[in-house]
Every structure is written in C-alpha cells, then in structure tokens.
Design a protein around this ligand. Structure first.
Ligand code: HEM
Length: 432
C-alpha cells in the first residue's frame, strides 16, 4: 500500500485508471509519479502549489488518464484546440462533477449548448454591454482608492478582506442592484456555492449540505429581488434581465435565476482570487513590483500576466459530441476530458520562461501566446471586460500608492480545486 500523505477526511474515494483510492490515505497499488500527480492535481491539500504536479503531467503527455475514465488535458495547444471546437460540449459538466448530488445547481448558459446557449447569452449580453462595464471605470477607481487608503492607514491587513473581496463584490452587486446592506449576505452565499462547484467527490458531507443551503438561500433572496424589480423597475441589471424576459417571454424565471447565480458567483469569486494572486505574485517578485511602480502603464498587460501565471479558474470539462481527433489521439463520442487551464498557461511549449512572472509579457506589440484563463470559444468569459477593469484599477492604485508590501505569514489556501485561491493574505503595507 502506498501512502499519498493526504489528510484524513480531506479526500474521499475516487478512482484514477489503474489506481483505486480505497481510503483517505491509501491506494491499491504502488502508484507511478504520474498517477500521484493526477491525484495531487485535484487534491485539496495541494492547493498552495499544484504547479509541480501540472509539470509532471505535461511532461507525461498532452493527455493523461484522469479520475473516472476522463483524460486530463495538460498542454496549451491541445487545450486550445478543444476549447475552440464546438463539438466538445460543456453541457455534461453538472452530471460529470455533480451527478451523485441530490441538489441541482440551477442551470445556467455556462452549461448549455446552442441554440439555448446562443439565445440566453445574447439576452444577457444585451444587458451586460461593454458600455455598461466601461461606465463603471470611475466608480472602480474611486472604490479601489478608498479601500487601499483605509488598508494603508491600518498598516497590517488581510488584503483579501480589505481589497480583493469588497471591490468585485460591490461592483457586481451595484451593477445588479443589490442593496448595500445585503452585500455580505451575497458574499457568504456565493462562497458556499463556489466551494460546491468542485466535484462532489471532493466535498465533505458538511460542504455538500452548505451548498444546498447556499443555493436555496440564493434562489429565495434573488427571487424576491426579481419580484420587486418586476413591480418597480430601476436602472439596474436585474431590471434589464427581467425586462428582457418580459419583452418576449424569452427568459424564464429559472433561466433568470440561473443567470444571476452565474453572474454573482463567477462575477466575484474569480476576481477576488485574481486580485489576491496578483498581489502575492508582486510580493514574491519584488523586481516586478518595483517595475510596476516605475511604469504604472504596465498595469494593463500585468492583468493578463497574473491571469496566465496564477489562474483563478484551474479547470473545466468538455465531453466529445462526435468522434474527434486531437493531436493524433481520437476521442470517441461521449468521452470526457478535464482541461487543466492553469497547466496549459504554464506550458513551456507555448510560453518561453513559462514559470517566470513577467508583467510586460503581454505589453503592446508583444507576440505572447494567449492564456486560457477566461476560457475560449463559445463559453469565453462574458465578464472578462469587468474583471480586467477591476484588476487594472487595483494594480494602478497599488503602483501609485504602495511603497512596500510584506507577507506576514504563508497564506493558507481554500480547498477549492476549480476556483482556486487563498483564504487569507496577511500583509504589511507602507504608503508611498
Ligand atoms: C478573473 C475573473 C474571471 C475569471 C478567471 C473567469 C473565468 C471564466 C472561465 C474560465 C469561463 C469559461 C468556462 C468554460 O468554458 O468552461 C468563464 C465563463 C463565464 N464567466 Fe467568467 N471569469 C471571471 C470573471 C467573470 C465576471 C466578472 C463575470 C460576470 C460578471 C463572469 C461571468 C461569466 C459567465 C456568465 C460565463 C459563461 C459564459 C458562457 O457560457 O457563454 N466571469 N469565466
């Protein structure tokens, strides 16, 4: 029996081809380093640094047998080919990851295929336009300024609580029209739901129960807001979505709530981690922090480098809707893959010096390969412009106002595998 050194209760049984995990600690046969890397790439206790496992997997090949007869897609070129090809569907993900669960996450167009996906995404895009987002720029800059000044006055803070959470939470809540006094309630519901995006097999019974509660609370809370806006419209996104529904009976109540769920959860849980990961990368790479201070215009390209270097969303899944050949390997219709976006982003075949954090990698005129952190193809992130706007405002403010940032302790990580991030980022800040 080989031991994997997993903490008791952290890891429930699942099988990787050739290795059956039969308890929290043991596997049925001595696993190879690649099999260990497969397990560790999704192990909650490895969240602080899954990149070593990703490297082992990439070296093993572009496709590595993964949990439950899936294949892990480890490299950039193959991940890009799959994400761009509409014959690979995202609709099976809820079944694939949450098939054993009693409670369903409300459907959203994130997990739909055309023509439903096209219709719903089109309706939401009308309400969530580039103009709506760019109109938030001044607000984002003011809010970042206020939050950062308060943090600087305190000196020692948890930067997640001080900046990374309140910025995207306030932005998405204000866009939607959620009253300020309910922002914290929204935060706690969506934290429970984001944890529940991980495969059910990785969740404890308590976490599964917390997800059920969070989903039910969410449906009740946002159901009430939808009713209120229907009676008394306001200039906000919920009203715009309600009216899109009323105009041609095109968004059902279920579709509306599913859309709100994905906007709220995707709209801030991910961006929180982007901001946190960015600050951590700057602290760990002081020469890049100094460079940002000297050239604040690098704030824009730095957003993409943080996305590439330490992606907030680590994986997604796709199921073949036809027999499809990728890089010489044919996947039969119905076969599923787990696309390791964060591994693809560190693929040395796509990115020179892939493990180096270089805030100018995406500077104008550079020919850097695109990262996959916002996905690609049909389901490319709808909120990418908002996330970019928030992160570049945060980086510009940090460049302008902060002289030094020191880590007060090694940051602990949440157990989340899909939306990965820290649970705390305690730092000491000094103003310029
Ligand atoms: C750093 C921040 C963000 C990251 C890393 C991120 C990442 C992603 C990724 C990887 C996907 C594609 C998933 C797949 O194809 O399997 C996606 C889709 C999506 N994201 Fe984001 N996201 C971020 C911020 C946001 C924000 C701020 C919003 C909205 C306010 C948002 C809304 C959505 C929606 C609605 C989809 C589904 C699009 C579709 O299925 O057509 N995201 N996001």
């Amino acid at each position: 029996m080989a031991r994997l050194g997993l903490g008791a209760g952290e890891f429930r049984p699942f099988s990787v081809r050739g290795v059956a995990v039969i308890s929290d600690h043991s596997v049925a046969a001595a696993p190879s380093p690649v099999q260990i890397a497969v397990l560790e790439s999704v192990a909650p206790h490895m969240r602080h640094n899954p990149y070593g496992s990703y490297e082992t997997l990439r070296v093993a090949g572009p496709f590595v047998p993964g949990p439950h007869d899936t294949h892990l897609v480890t490299r950039h070129s193959e991940a890009q080919a799959i994400m761009q090809d509409p014959r690979w569907s995202h609709a099976e993900e809820p079944d694939l990851l949450h098939g054993d669960s009693d409670v369903e996450l409300p459907g959203s167009f994130l997990w739909m295929e055309p023509p439903e996906h096209t219709r719903l995404r089109g309706l939401v895009s009308k309400a969530f336009t580039a103009r709506t987002v760019s109109g938030m720029r001044d607000y984002a800059e003011r809010l970042v300024g206020e939050l950062l000044d308060k943090a600087l006055a305190q000196g020692e803070v948890d930067l997640l609580d001080a900046l990374a959470y309140p910025l995207p939470l306030s932005m998405i809540c204000d866009l939607l029209g959620v009253p300020a006094e309910a922002h914290e309630h929204v935060r706690s519901m969506s934290t429970g739901i984001a944890r529940g995006l991980d495969p059910d097999v990785l969740l404890s019974p308590e976490e599964l129960a917390a997800r059920t509660t969070a989903v039910n609370d969410f449906l009740e809370f946002f159901g009430d807001l939808v009713d209120q806006r229907r009676k008394a419209p306001r200039p906000d996104l919920i009203t715009a979505l309600v009216q899109a529904e009323d105009a041609g009976a095109r968004l059902t109540r279920t579709e509306l709530l599913g859309t709100l769920l994905i906007l709220v959860v995707a709209g801030h849980e991910t961006t929180v981690n982007l901001i946190g990961n960015g600050v951590l990368a700057l602290i760990r790479n002081p020469e890049e922090f100094a460079r940002l201070g000297a050239f604040p215009e690098l704030s824009e390209p730095a957003v993409d480098e943080v996305l590439r270097y330490d992606a907030p969303v680590h994986l997604t899944t796709r199921t073949a809707h036809a027999d499809i050949t990728v890089s010489g390997r044919t996947f039969a219709e119905g076969e599923a893959v787990i696309v390791l976006l964060a591994s693809a982003n560190r693929d040395p075949l796509a990115f020179p010096d892939a493990d180096r954090f270089d805030i100018a990698r995406y500077a104008r005129g550079s020919r850097a390969e695109r990262h996959l952190s916002f996905g690609l193809g049909l389901h490319y992130c709808l909120g990418a412009p908002l996330a970019r706007l928030e992160m570049s405002a945060a980086l510009r403010a940090i460049a302008g106002r902060v002289r030094s940032m020191t880590l007060l302790e090694e940051p602990p990580y949440r157990p989340n595998v899909v939306v990965r991030g820290m649970s705390q980022l305690r730092v000491r800040l000094e103003p310029r």
